[in-house]
Ligand binder design. Structure first.
Ligand code: ADP
Ligand code: MG
Length: 704
């Protein structure tokens, strides 16, 4: 086996036609180091090369056309920057211009008059004439015609590689050289016979031949299906298995007691009846923490679904079993709010709840550190400050992380070290994420979903206003304030310039003051430049209803809970992503009044922005919104995906392959259900594949 492996591990420079220079380019530009890397540099699309169009059929419709004809004339026109090669290309139906701006000198030397070529590209119209700029162009030869399969693969390349003759065609040539050397021995099967037969998959070898050089549409589909499945299957098998392994390796504290603290709170001090979803999730958590395994559970729930209460009940269980608990929030405002809510809720229980943030004073800290170590403090709430090494618990049993996507995996790991045995971990996400993403991002965690809002919530009414409707907006705000409600006005952060940001906000504030004059109206303003105490003061004025309007940047985005605020105005809403818009909107609709969200945008909206606004107006469902978000942005831009490895998929695509992912996961789960340790002979193939993948990952990181 090792000998066979070594063939695919051959450095790419050894492939005929590549050599050291191109190899260096492939490594730098596309991370292709070995034969195997080239083999898995899959085409991103295919073109039908059996069909030729007549030049008089060409249209400016965004489609690519393949033409066959002769070069009638060639001319280099313009100078300096506008210098270009213009070629008149003719078939029996007409003439079209081919234009090169880059590499025109090289092209003009290479192309020959009165010679037959195949041209491929998209046409544009200019001065009533069609032209194709930078087309693919190839000499017509017996060999090319013969080699052309119906679906010709197209590969990603880069400008630098194109200069080394490794455009899509160049890469295809290299793929062919490699493909011809492959056989069933070099490419043995990588899925077990039972999976192959259950899904009627074509063989690995066959699939790899067909994915690069398809013989038919049907075979191409079969190859794609198999390779995608395989990629997703091993991803899920790895995650599910690491969950099992972790649970075996790490013993968890056993919280088997439901004691006085929990019971007394639950029976006598619960501010409201739990929703069924909350009850279910609390039960799932209780079972986890009583199982002897270490809990790593993710709670997903839409904004306002009542995650805080679930967290609190879990912490009470820890306390009943003689442990401390902590809750970590991403911002100071949020940590403070949690501290206040929870302190209030547990007042009758005489528990010691403490707050630790970046702005806690040194003296306070010293006292706090001490009472943590003696075990006097039952619940510690705070920000990243909790992670610091100086924060030592007597006996930490549960860590709750709120709004997870802002914390990295590394930080999760650090919390593990806060006790001799790792504490249970409960993670609560701020924003629902699409199921496919959850399965890959958090596939190694157990998941609970709170899919029900507390009763009596009125759905938030969302409106999309353009700038010309500003007077209407002001009227509406005044109406709502007259009813005793409060209003948020949020401005986007302009990442590039804090200064511009601030000007934007300040300008908005000044305009508002014109329309909402004191003493009748009072306005709070909160932004990143304020000191924590100033922020605090402004928040407090709003909470105490001394001000009716809160102007803010997105610092209020996460978690703030002010039930009397029932209007959320989002300025330049087109600049926010869907997840953020939904998060912001979730700041209202927390009381019993009808709430509103107003999205202010300019007139000129791109198609994506329009769809975002429409989605927000149409839907209040965070899960539905997250699906649209994924479709619009792709997984790469969603929070938390960067470090997660989701983007390492070479052929599967989380936006479109959700169902296949589900299938891959249930297949992996079924195998582990029957053979948890993967010990039966047939499954040894799976173990070897997982190991091989883990190894190639680690050699990767060495290179990176
Ligand atoms: P999130 O899931 O967004 O963190 P919170 O925990 O902040 O939501 O809860 C949102 C609001 O709903 C809070 O005001 C909270 O007191 C209230 N709430 C939570 N659970 C219930 C319930 N079962 N019945 C009624 N109100 C509830
Ligand atoms: Mg919350």
């Amino acid at each position: 086996m090792s000998q066979l492996h070594s063939f695919l591990d051959t450095p790419i420079g050894y492939l005929k036609g590549i050599g050291p220079l191109r190899a260096e380019g492939l490594q730098k530009e596309l991370h292709i180091f070995s034969y195997k890397d080239l083999m898995t540099h899959y085409p991103f699309r295919y073109v039908d090369k059996t069909k030729f169009y007549n030049i008089n059929e060409v249209n400016e419709d965004g489609a690519s056309y393949q033409l066959k004809g002769f070069i009638e004339s060639m001319e280099t026109l313009g100078d300096k920057r506008s210098k270009r090669l213009v070629v008149k290309f003719r078939d029996r139906t007409g003439v079209i211009e081919l234009v090169w701006f880059q590499g025109h000198k090289w092209m003009s030397e290479k192309l020959k008059l009165q010679t037959e070529y195949i041209v491929y590209g998209k046409a544009t119209q200019f001065n009533y004439k069609f032209n194709i700029s930078h087309p693919d162009i190839e000499l017509v030869s017996e060999e090319i015609i013969k080699q052309q399969s119906a679906f010709q693969s197209v590969y990603h390349s880069t400008e630098k590689l194109k200069n080394k003759n490794l455009d899509s065609d160049g890469i295809r040539k290299a793929q062919r050289v490699l493909n011809q050397q492959l056989n069933e021995h070099i490419l043995p099967e990588t899925l077990t016979p039972s999976i192959i037969s259950d899904f009627n998959f074509i063989s690995k070898y066959h699939a790899l031949k067909q994915i690069h050089f398809p013989d038919s549409k049907e075979l191409l589909e079969k190859a794609t299906y198999r390779l995608k499945f395989e990629e997703l299957f091993y991803n899920q098998l790895k995650l599910l298995r690491s969950n099992t392994l972790r649970q075996e390796a790490i013993r968890g504290f056993v919280f088997n007691k439901v004691g006085d603290v929990f019971n007394s709170f639950y029976k006598d001090h619960l501010p409201f009846e739990l929703t069924n979803a909350q009850k279910r999730v609390v039960k799932e958590i209780r079972i986890d923490m009583g199982s002897g395994k270490q809990m790593s559970r993710l709670v997903q729930g839409d904004v306002g679904s009542g995650k805080t209460l679930v967290a609190l009940l879990s912490m009470l269980l820890a306390i009943d079993n003689g442990f401390q608990a902590c809750l970590m929030a991403p911002t100071e405002i949020l940590a403070k709010q949690h501290f206040e809510t929870i302190s209030e809720l547990v007042k009758p229980l005489h528990l010691h709840v403490a707050l630790l943030t970046g702005s806690s004073k040194t003296k306070e800290r010293r006292v706090l550190h001490q009472s943590l170590e003696t075990g006097e403090i039952h619940i510690l709430i705070g920000t990243h400050a909790l992670i610091e090494d100086t924060v030592v618990f007597k006996n930490l049993g549960l860590v709750v992380i709120d709004e997870q996507h802002r914390f990295g995996v590394a930080q999760r790991g650090k919390m593990h070290k806060k006790n001799v045995q790792p504490p249970h971990v409960l993670i609560m996400t701020a924003t629902p994420i699409p199921r496919t993403l959850a399965m890959t991002l958090y596939g190694d965690l157990d998941t609970s979903i709170i899919d029900e809002l507390p009763p009596g919530r009125k759905p938030i009414t969302t409106m999309h206003f353009m700038e010309s409707q500003r007077l209407r907006l002001i009227g509406f705000m005044k109406e709502q304030i007259a009813l005793g409600r409060q209003v948020y006005v949020v401005y986007p952060l302009i990442q590039e310039s804090e200064k511009l940001d601030f000007q934007n906000l300040q300008h908005g504030y000044d305009c508002l003051v014109d329309d909402f004059k004191p003493p009748q109206y009072q306005i709070s303003i909160v932004h990143g430049k304020l000191k924590p105490q100033e922020k605090e003061l402004e928040m407090q004025r709003f909470i105490n209803k001394q001000t009716q309007i809160m102007v803010a940047t997105t610092v209020i985005e996460v978690g703030v809970n002010i039930p009397n605020a029932s209007v959320m105005v989002i300025e330049s809403a087109e600049r926010f992503g869907l997840a953020q818009l939904h998060q912001l909107r979730g700041r209202v609709g927390r009381g019993s009044d009808q709430s509103y969200c107003v999205l202010m945008t300019s007139y000129k909206l791109g198609a994506d922005s329009k769809l975002r606004m429409e989605t927000m107006v149409r839907s209040n469902d965070g899960f539905e919104i997250s699906e649209v978000d994924l479709r619009l942005r792709g997984p790469g831009d969603l929070d938390g995906t960067q470090q997660s490895g989701v983007l390492d998929f070479k052929i599967a695509d989380l936006v479109h392959d959700g169902q296949l992912l589900q299938l891959a996961r249930s297949t992996a789960q079924a195998i582990l259900n029957e053979d948890e340790q993967l010990t039966i002979p047939e499954n040894q193939l799976l173990v070897r594949q997982l190991a091989a993948q883990a190894q190639s990952k680690s050699s990767w990181s060495k290179i990176g």
